[in-house]
Design a protein around this ligand. Structure first.
Ligand SMILES: NC(=O)c1ccc[n+]([C@@H]2O[C@H](COP(=O)([O-])OP(=O)(O)OC[C@H]3O[C@@H](n4cnc5c(N)ncnc54)[C@H](O)[C@@H]3O)[C@@H](O)[C@H]2O)c1
Ligand SMILES: [Zn+2]
Length: 360
């Protein structure tokens, strides 16, 4: 098992990464001073797969365990579901010291995190992410939220977990599309931080797809470390965190214009190639490195080319997302693999040109 220490301005915590570590959870909780009652919040799918393992591990260490369950899906990230969970916590006589264990993907993590942050002004939160996306992205950094109507993550707070436990063994039950969603973020971390990590992904992609536990441990630990190092310097998202949005400006627009038929990771994958192409046209990223990025994305089973979407609508969506002002677009660009920066000086016409070219 590897431990990555995260030290934001407020509380610091460990991210534990390893295969089969769900069974050690009772002991890991004891190490951070938890005892007595704990409440697991999970969704029905994840409960069916890993609920018993987690409950047994906790009971064996003497914890008294309650489990609250919600249906799977983004629709549950709502104030209505949060209200239901407040009622449930109240019925369980949960106290301010009772740890909340968020077992699931990003939906459970964001929702249970929001509930833990707000009920009784904050209960200890332990993130137990079970999707690749949640292990490398949503469980780290302390953003917790619910959606407001169609607007995502509108109601939320910054609330750091006390511990993150990423058991890469649970990824074996994820379907290929969900794995791809996480892989897009993994590739993003390599592009924004480290050419060596990018080469590691190129050399080990087949073992990642075959879910080799040792390689997954390396990939999740390295990705978590990249995110941790960025968020601890910018806990409240005031600047540096922007580099985590590599591929996301176009990505968000693609998701929205496709009416979410294109998944987040797929949209970000295309967005990373678009950002790479813009970087190349501005005389930065070499054609060889741009091709390496596109090739790795394709080998990961993700799209590297823009599907047939209306480019005018994509531009409109970027404007709506406040990514455009005075005819300039806010983007993360790459000088090289492992070297990116944020700019709001790219002309909208260049972005449009690249999108039209990519779309043909
Ligand atoms: N807080 C943040 O910083 C942050 C960052 C990125 C994304 N997010 C949020 O994360 C959410 C998306 O998270 P997600 O992609 O994990 O989706 P998700 O939570 O909806 O999980 C996807 C599906 O996989 C199932 N599942 C989870 N673990 C599984 C496993 N081990 N085996 C089989 N099935 C499993 C779930 O039941 C669900 O149906 C979005 O709401 C997004 O806004 C938050
Ligand atoms: Zn993302």
């Amino acid at each position: 098992m590897r431990k990555i220490r995260v030290q934001p301005g407020s509380n610091s915590y460990d991210i534990c990464v390893g295969a089969g570590i769900l069974e050690q959870i009772g002991q890991l909780l004891r190490e951070i001073g938890c005892q007595g009652k704990v409440v697991i919040i999970t969704d029905t799918t994840v409960k069916g797969l890993y609920g018993v393992t987690l409950q047994d591990s906790l009971s064996a260490e003497g914890f008294s365990v309650s489990l609250l369950e919600i249906p799977p899906g983004e629709a549950q990230k709502s104030l209505e579901t949060a209200r239901q969970l407040y009622d449930d916590l109240s019925a369980l006589y949960a106290e301010r010291s009772t740890p909340v264990l968020a077992l699931g993907g990003g939906v459970v993590g964001d929702l249970a995190g929001f509930v833990a942050a707000t009920y009784l002004r904050g209960m200890p939160l332990v993130q137990i992410p079970t999707t690749l996306l949640a292990q490398v992205d949503s469980s780290i950094g302390g953003k917790v939220a619910v959606d407001h109507g169609r607007l995502k993550n509108m109601i939320g707070v910054f609330y750091q977990p006390r511990l993150v436990i990423a058991d890469v063994g649970v990824l074996k039950t994820l379907d290929a599309r969900e794995l791809g969603n996480g892989l897009a973020e993994v590739i993003k971390y390599a592009v924004i931080s480290d050419g060596g990590f990018f080469a590691y992904l190129e050399n080990n992609l087949d073992r990642i797809k075959a879910l080799d536990p040792a390689v997954l441990e390396e990939v999740v630990a390295k990705s978590a470390e990249v995110k941790a190092r960025v968020v601890e310097k910018d806990e409240r998202d005031t600047g540096l965190r922007n580099i985590l949005n590599y591929g996301h400006t176009t990505g968000h627009a693609i998701e929205a214009v496709s009416d979410f038929a294109i998944a987040h990771g797929e949209a970000v994958a295309i967005g990373m190639v678009v950002a790479g192409e813009i970087s190349h046209r501005l005389g930065m990223l070499s054609i060889g490195e741009l091709e390496r990025i596109a090739r790795l994305i394709s080998r990961a089973g993700l799209p590297a080319r823009l599907p047939t979407l209306d480019v005018d609508k994509l531009i409109e969506a970027m404007k709506h997302d406040k990514k455009v002002s005075r005819g300039k677009v806010k983007l993360v660009l790459a000088r090289a693999i492992g070297d990116v920066f944020v700019t709001d000086e790219v002309g909208l016409s260049l972005v449009e040109e690249v999108l039209r070219n990519e779309a043909t």
